[in-house]
Design a protein around this ligand. Sequence first.
Ligand code: FAD
Length: 462
Amino acid sequence: MSDERSGPSIVWFREDLRVGDNPALLAAREHDRPVVALYVLDEESAGIRPLGGAAHWWLHGSLASLTTDLEDLGVHLLLRRGPAEEVVTELADELDASAVFWNRRYGGAERAIDTTIKTTLRDRGVEVASFAASLLFEPWTIQTGAGDPYSVYTPFWRACLAAPPPREPLPRPRTIDGWRGRAACNDLADWQLEPTHPDWAGGIRDEWEPGEASAHRSLKRFLAEDVGDYDEGRDEPAQDSTSKLSPHLRWGEISPNAVFAAAQERRKGARGSTATGISRFVSELGWREFAAHVLFHAPDLATKNWRSEFDAFPWPPLHRSALEAWQQGRTGYPMVDAGMRELWATGYMHNRVRMITASFLTKNLLIDWRLGEQWFWDTLVDGDGASNPFNWQWVAGSGADAAPYFRVFNPELQAKKFDPHGEYVRRWIPEIGTDDYPEPIVDLAETRRAALAAYDVVKRSR
Ligand code: FAD
C-alpha cells in the first residue's frame, strides 16, 4: 500500500516554530518527495489546554515569521484548525502524503494524541518519524541508579551533564524542494489570536518581537553584553541582565541545543564573572529540563499536587477580592504589585518577582496555587506546560525539590535586598508614595502564621 502513496512529505510544526536546527524539517528534506509544512491550532482535543491570551498573541507573531522564513525556502505553511487527530490524518489523505515528520512534545495529552496519529497514519501506509528537538535530554533517558525518575534538581542535572552531551545544532537548510500543489489554508488573521476590542497587547508589542531571527538576536546580545553580569545581577529585577529567551524557547523559535552550543562556545577562554555567568545560565537551562522531566513523569502537574500529602492542605474559601487585588497589582505590597503590573503590561515577569508574587498568593493570601498558575498561564508570553506548574508547585511547597514550606518570602525584605533603590518598583508603580497607592490588604506576620498553621495539617496527614 505504501507504494501507492506518491504525494508530498508533511512537516507538522508544533512547539518548534523555527527553520534552523529542526530535525523534522531536515528529515523531510532528505525524503525524496516535495515538502509542505503544517501548523494545526488545536484547542479542542481532549486534555489539550487552551492557550492563554498572551500566548495567542505570541503564536500569531511566531507563525507569521515562520511563514515568511519557510516561503523563503520555497515551502508553504498550511494553517488548519481543529482536533489534530482529524486534521493531520485528513490532510495526509487529501494530499496522498507519503510521509509525516514532527518533533516530539512531552505533555501527557499531547503524547497520547501523537501516538494515535502515528498508528493511524502507519496503518494507512504513511511513513512517520518523530525527533528530539525541544529538550537537551529526552526525559526518559535520565534515570537514577535504580531506574527511577529524579525528584531533586541537583542530582538530576549532574546526571544530565554526565550523560552523552546534547547534539550540536543541525545546519539550517538553504534550499528545500517545496510542494507546488494547492490545498486549503486558513488565513492567520481569521484565527483572531491578536486582541482587538480592546487591544490590550500594546505593552507586549513594545517589549517583544516573536520569531526565530529575534530569538537569535536575543541570544547573541545576552552572550556578548550581559552574561558577565548574570550571576550577580540575575536576581535584581531592575537590571536587564537575563537573556529574555523564555518565550522563544517556549515556542521553539530557538532550540536549547543552539543556546547550549553558543554558551559553550562563549565559555572558551572566558574567565571571572563571564565564566561564572555562563555556568549559571547553563544551569538555568537545566531547570527547564528538570521541569520537563517532572511533567513527563507526572502529566497532571498543572492540576494535581506533585506531593500528594498536600491534598490535605486546608485552603480556606476563596476570597475573590484578594485574588483580584493580586491580579491587578493592588495588594499594597510594592514588590508584589510591581511584578503583577509588569506581567499584565508586558506578558513577562522577572524570575525573582515570580517567586515573590507566587509566595504571596499561596502563603499570605492562602489562595490555591492552581489559581495563580492559571493566571500566569493566561498572561505570560512564555507560559509553559511544564515550567509554569512546576515552578508554582515549587513555590507552594507541593512540588518536586520544592522550597521548604516555612520559606515564606517577605515582600518587604525581598524588595530591600533585590530592589535596593526602588527602581523596579517605581518603574511599575508611578503613584508609589501618594494617596493613590492602596494600603496593604493583609498583615504579613499574621498571614504567615496562618499559613504555617495550615501546613501543620499537611504534616499531620503524612
Ligand atoms: P534566564 O535567567 O536568562 O534563563 C535562561 C532560560 O532558562 C530561560 O529562558 C528559561 O527557559 C530557563 N529557566 C530559567 N529559570 C527557570 C526556572 N525556574 N524553571 C524553568 N526554566 C527556567 N519559565 C518559563 O519559561 N515559562 C513559565 O511558564 C514559567 N513560569 C514560572 C512561574 C513561576 C511561579 C516561577 C517562579 C517561575 C516561572 N518560570 C517560567 C521560570 C523563570 O521565571 C523564567 O524562565 C525566566 O524568568 C525567564 O526569563 P529569562 O529568559 O530572561 O531567563
